[in-house]
Design a binder for this molecule. Structure first.
Ligand code: HEC
Ligand code: HEC
Length: 377
């Protein structure tokens, strides 16, 4: 009996003395996302993918790693990642000056052009209306894989005219690059690499790309003055009897420089693009409609329009001035459609352009936090 009590005491001692194994506590660091002055206060960040320092860091690496599509050799024609097309110095479009993509229309790994012209990546966390030119990717979409930037990542990986790869191929490749398993652990709690985690991390990085330091922003914050021509251009931009741009591309209250809504702005009189807004809504009056892009950094993002038909801002301004095409689908906010445009004088065109050039944010395109990590090949 004494022996048994002895054993019991011993066992108790052992049990209390040995610390119980602690579960690994996973606590990533919240990313300090702050809303710039005079921006909307509603953000589109899904609840199941909050921004974390570790997630954003991983996303930045994946965005810039051309081994992402699952090829680790050194034939540049077989390598591709988001940054192949989304180039920071061009506000994240490929740009007319891109040696790989002459004319600024990108091509996927299979050499085929993308269906539409590029869209820049900035301030996307403030778009709650729908991504892509036709808004096919939106939060309330009944289709669970067409709702947000996470889904765009996976579509880009699969698309024949983009990365043309598969999640399995990406995962197998990343597993064997030594920096990644620990980075997935830091961001998501374990070293498992999954398609969902790849999509989440890249989407987190994309949401951190904020542009709010153009000269126009500085002027609006009272930090700098604009020239006489630039100010005259702004007045033209924001008045109906002037150039009448503000209804769709934002005004003083909206420094996004877009409403993120969809309009037919009178580019054509007949419509055949199977991927316009009509393709998403089935509403006939959406034929030839597209999202009005933000005019931030517009000087950097040529060519212009969903099909890249205009190479310069002068061509765009000439179009709005006297080149509009009538059709039953033109949006009612194109007030001067019956006159062919807003009829600007050469001086007014120059002033409007001077204003558009104040929207370039040089800090955004040089911010090293948005650039390629120095230790990536
Ligand atoms: C081959 C060039 C190419 C590659 C590679 C590419 N994109 Fe894009 N991206 C485009 C084009 C073109 C569009 C416009 C598509 C449309 O609306 O039809 C676009 C649109 C987007 C949009 C929507 C922007 C908006 O305002 O609605 C996001 C977000 C995006 N891309 C992120 C990514 C990410 C993340 C990657 C990497 C996984 C990537 N892209 C890879 C060409 C590319
Ligand atoms: C009724 C709404 C509306 C009005 C008014 C309007 N736009 Fe647009 N804008 C759009 C839409 C929609 C697009 C995209 C059309 C497309 O690609 O088919 C666009 C495209 C553009 C683009 C090309 C953007 C890019 O990234 O390719 C520029 C530049 C532009 N508009 C400037 C202006 C200027 C300057 C004015 C005033 C003279 C103006 N817009 C008036 C709706 C409008």
């Amino acid at each position: 009996m004494k022996k048994i009590i002895g054993y019991c005491l011993l066992l108790c001692c052992i049990l209390t003395a040995c610390p119980r194994p602690q579960p690994d506590i996973f606590k990533p660091t919240p990313y300090p996302f702050s809303i710039p002055p005079m921006f909307p206060t509603v953000v589109n960040i899904p609840e199941d993918n909050p921004l974390t320092i570790e997630g954003v860091r991983l996303g930045r690496y994946l965005f810039y790693d051309s081994r992402l599509r699952g090829y680790t050799g050194n034939n540049p024609d077989s390598m591709m990642c988001c940054a192949t097309c989304h180039v920071q110095s061009n506000a994240f479009v490929c740009g007319m000056n891109n040696p790989k993509f002459p004319g600024g229309i990108p091509r996927g790994i299979n050499g085929q052009p993308t269906h539409h012209n590029m869209l820049p990546l900035c301030n996307l966390a403030f778009n709650t209306n729908g991504y892509d030119w036709n808004g096919a990717i939106y939060p309330q979409n009944p289709h669970p894989h067409l709702r947000n930037i996470e889904d765009i990542v996976l579509i880009s990986i699969l698309a024949e005219n983009e990365l043309f790869s598969s999640p399995e191929r990406c995962i197998n490749t990343l597993k064997n690059i030594s920096i990644y398993p620990p980075m997935f652990k830091a961001a998501f709690g374990s070293e498992d690499i999954t398609a969902e985690r790849i999509a989440k991390a890249i989407a987190q990085f994309v949401r951190t790309l904020l542009s709010f330091n153009s000269r126009f922003d500085q002027y609006m914050r009272g930090e700098t003055m604009l020239s006489e021509d630039e100010l005259a251009g702004w007045v033209l931009f924001t008045t109906e009897e002037g150039a009448d741009c503000f209804h769709c591309h934002g005004s003083n209250g909206n420094l996004l420089m877009t409403t993120n809504m969809f309009y037919n702005n009178g580019l054509d009189s007949t419509f055949s693009d199977p991927m316009d807004r009509y393709a998403v809504t089935g509403n006939e009056y959406d034929k030839g409609s597209y999202r009005a892009p933000s005019l931030r950094n517009i000087a950097l993002t040529a060519p212009y329009m969903h099909d890249g038909r205009f190479a310069t801002l002068d061509e765009v301004i000439d179009f709005y001035s006297e080149g509009l095409q009538a059709s039953p689908y033109v949006h009612p906010l194109m007030h001067q459609i019956n006159n062919g445009g807003v009829m600007l004088t050469p001086k007014e065109k120059r002033q409007l352009k001077a204003f558009l050039l104040t929207l370039t944010d040089y800090q955004f395109i040089q911010d090293t936090a948005y650039g390629k990590p120095a230790d990536l090949p």
